[in-house]
Design a protein around this ligand. Structure first.
Ligand code: ADP
Ligand code: MG
Length: 544
């Protein structure tokens, strides 16, 4: 009966090891000695890998790197007093890096506390400054819950170091196994998403950026957000800059990586999205002269206390990077396009020998910079006199000349919505003669800029449109494609890059009918800022 009872006993060392194992901790680094040797032995017995090191500091660095690499904290096991003090450097480093780590320190016997015990030192207090959590279990029975809390704290919220103090008298003390309740392995960190209104705001700030830049920090690496960040970078064609340990989240040889021009990238950006990177010395605190004084920061971080450090962010996105990039991505996909997106997709499909006719303000100016011409006399636009309304006439002439000289050659007519209105009824002429013309109406609901439908409706609450509507506004969401449909041609209404690609492909393929693609873009979309050596003396009034 006695031996039966003995089998039912368990040492403090074994409880520590089993509690760690239950929390799915798989690596232990350290140096053994009084009083922790038994803990290392018990850990090994349970299949936790034990790596004996030569200095506690290096052991602690190793344990924290395992945490960063696997997302599960490693343990650093140290003896009392000097052993623990040697580990403080590693704890501080882990905590500063926001890497999860568990330090387990043996400490002197509780009964000799304050008496000058062997290697006596106020370890829990000492660790507090270098950790998120620092505690000593009040009894052996309390060990599992304290270890669960330490592991959980190390990976929940902003990751960091946690300390658990195990007094020497706990290590070999035997207690009845039935008195120990192991706490189930903590759940993976709950994933938090940013507030959706903040995500909308961020998307709009990015969309209107002239020189956006994404900074990818080691927080993004830890978050394993590589897949989503790469999608965001590629879909939105954003340049990115990795911090030293953010390198490789997206490969350095990616065409959008501006690592080679770091200083310039920081200096000229007007909008910077921070993915898991703090505006500390590494990023020059986010302040001039390394940055534009009015640069807008969008901070994405899991730690609320980080948001607003050193700069006042334009938008704060509190949440897990992986989840937030997904939110941002989902939102971005449904976003109105801007001029650059539209012209990029048009350019991709434009036949090299086509005529490009164009008129409008931003549409013509921006279109000229993106759409390529390969042949002389194949671009016709608002010209010397900056005339609006020439486009459809020019397109008709081009189509007739092409028909005689080079059958099959196509005419692309890129019109702003306002410009299209000046001679839109010539669509009937185009249809009457069945000319191979593709009309692209880049529709921003106005001249220079317009309003979206909601803003337009809101505005009308304040009075009659003739009084309250800005003169630049045209009726939002106008279906100009119906003008073409009215005369038997093909009309498309497109809002996304995919729809644009598809309708343009169809229009180019089917030469039996003229078509009109009405391309909705962000009503407030603008051209990129111009950099002048001197302030311009004249502004273009209506360059088309
Ligand atoms: P770097 O040195 O690469 O600039 P920092 O260590 O300064 O990176 O910043 C990392 C940031 O990432 C920290 O502010 C941290 O709170 C944050 N972080 C860590 N994990 C996540 C996560 N899953 N989601 C969002 N932010 C995170
Ligand atoms: Mg317009």
């Amino acid at each position: 009966e006695r031996s039966d009872e003995r089998e039912r006993l368990v040492s403090g060392a074994k409880v520590v090891a089993q509690a760690l194992k239950t929390q799915d901790v798989n690596y232990m680094f350290g140096i053994v000695g009084i009083p922790v040797t038994e803990i290392a032995l018990a850990a090994q017995e349970l299949g936790i890998r034990y790596i004996g090191m030569r200095n506690e500091q290096a052991a602690c660095y190793a344990a924290s790197a395992v945490g960063y690499l696997t997302g599960r904290p490693g343990v650093c096991l140290v003896v009392s007093g000097p052993g623990l003090i040697h580990a403080l450097g590693g704890m501080a480093n882990a905590n500063m890096n926001c890497w999860p780590l568990i330090v387990i320190g043996g400490s002197s016997e509780r009964s000799q506390e304050t008496m000058g015990a062997f290697q006596e030192f106020p370890q829990v207090e000492a660790c507090r400054l270098y950790s998120k959590f620092s505690a000593r279990p009040s009894s052996i029975e309390a060990i599992p819950s304290i270890i669960e809390k330490a592991v959980r704290s190390s990976i929940y919220g902003r990751p960091g170091a946690c300390y658990v103090d195990i007094p020497a008298d706990f290590v070999n003390l035997q207690v009845n196994v039935n008195s120990i309740r192991y706490v189930e392995c903590c759940m993976p960190p709950p994933v938090s998403m940013a507030e959706s209104s903040a995500v909308c705001m961020a998307a709009s700030v990015i969309r209107n950026a002239k020189q956006p830049l994404l900074i990818i920090g080691k927080g993004a690496a830890y978050a394993r957000a590589e897949e989503n960040i790469r999608k965001l970078v590629e879909q939105c064609k954003l340049p990115f800059l990795p911090t030293p340990m953010g390198k490789g989240v997206i490969p350095d040889n990616h065409p959008n990586c501006v690592g080679a021009a770091r200083s310039r990238a920081l200096q000229f950006a007007d909008v910077i999205v921070l993915f898991g990177a703090r505006l500390n010395w590494i990023l020059h605190f986010g302040l001039p002269p390394r940055y534009q004084p009015d640069v807008k920061f969008i901070q994405v971080d899991i730690c609320a206390e980080e948001l607003g450090n050193n700069v006042r962010p334009a938008v704060s996105l509190l949440g897990d990077i992986n989840a937030v990039t997904k939110q941002e991505f989902a939102f971005k996909k449904s976003l109105p396009m801007n001029y650059y997106t539209v012209f990029y997709h048009i350019q991709e499909q434009l036949p090299r020998d086509c005529f490009v006719v164009s008129e409008g303000a931003n549409t013509m100016d921006i279109g000229r910079t993106v759409l390529q011409n390969y042949l002389p006399r194949h671009r016709l636009d608002a010209g010397t006199f900056g005339t609006m309304g020439v486009g459809l006439g020019f397109a008709i002439a081009s189509a007739l000349v092409a028909k005689d000289r080079n059958p099959g050659q196509q005419v692309i007519c890129v019109e702003g919505d306002s410009a299209f209105g000046f001679s839109g009824m010539e669509v009937e002429t185009i249809c009457r003669y069945n000319l191979p013309i593709i009309l692209l109406v880049v529709n921003n609901n106005g001249i220079y800029q317009g309003f979206d439908t909601d803003t337009w409706k809101e505005m009308l609450k304040f009075g009659d449109a003739t009084i309250v509507a800005p003169p630049m506004c045209l009726l939002p969401h106008s279906h100009y494609e119906h003008v073409m449909i009215a005369f038997g041609g093909k009309g498309y209404f497109v809002q996304t890059p995919e729809e644009l690609q598809k309708s343009l492909r169809q229009s180019l393929a089917d030469t039996t009918k003229p078509s009109l693609i009405n391309i909705m873009i962000e009503p407030q979309a603008m051209r990129k800022a111009q950099h002048y050596l001197q302030e311009p003396r004249y502004e273009t009034v209506y360059s088309g």
